[in-house]
Design a protein around this ligand. Sequence first.
Ligand SMILES: [Zn+2]
Ligand SMILES: [Zn+2]
Length: 169
Amino acid sequence: MTLCKCEHYPAPLLLRRAITQRIRQTRTIRPTLTVLSSQADELLTLLQCPACASFWQESLAWSWGGKRYVYRVPPISEEEWLVEPYVQPHELLVYGASMANYLEMNEFVESSRQCRFEQCHDNAIDGLVLCLHHHLASLRKLGLLPQLPVGRPFAPYQWEPSPEPGENR
Ligand SMILES: [Zn+2]
Ligand SMILES: [Zn+2]
């Protein structure tokens, strides 16, 4: 039996209030953890619970007043983590919300023509030369849509890491 409470803190749901709640809980959790490594800009920290050896990552949640919050992540070596830290739940939340908003405001209908993107077999959107996937990727490249969250995926979080134009699917 461990003395820590890591098990009591599941991955935050991708809801504003879940992140807010975790920011509050972080005041209790954070002092029980040991820092393993920090990214050079110190925006991300890798931590570990000395009691149960769980790994945690700490982020700054920008749209929450830049407050820090921690969440459990799968075990990882410091070297690997420094190369690519885990994706940040608040970024997934902000990205998902803005994309949902965009897709709701725009109606996309498939045409019978094939997407002009090389090796893509999907149908282009009516009035455009690209399929929805490649259309969104090109808007993202132009900075007209929010950038995909960066970072190493981990359960239970999922998002569609669509490749940018120029990459294969
Ligand atoms: Zn623990
Ligand atoms: Zn396509």
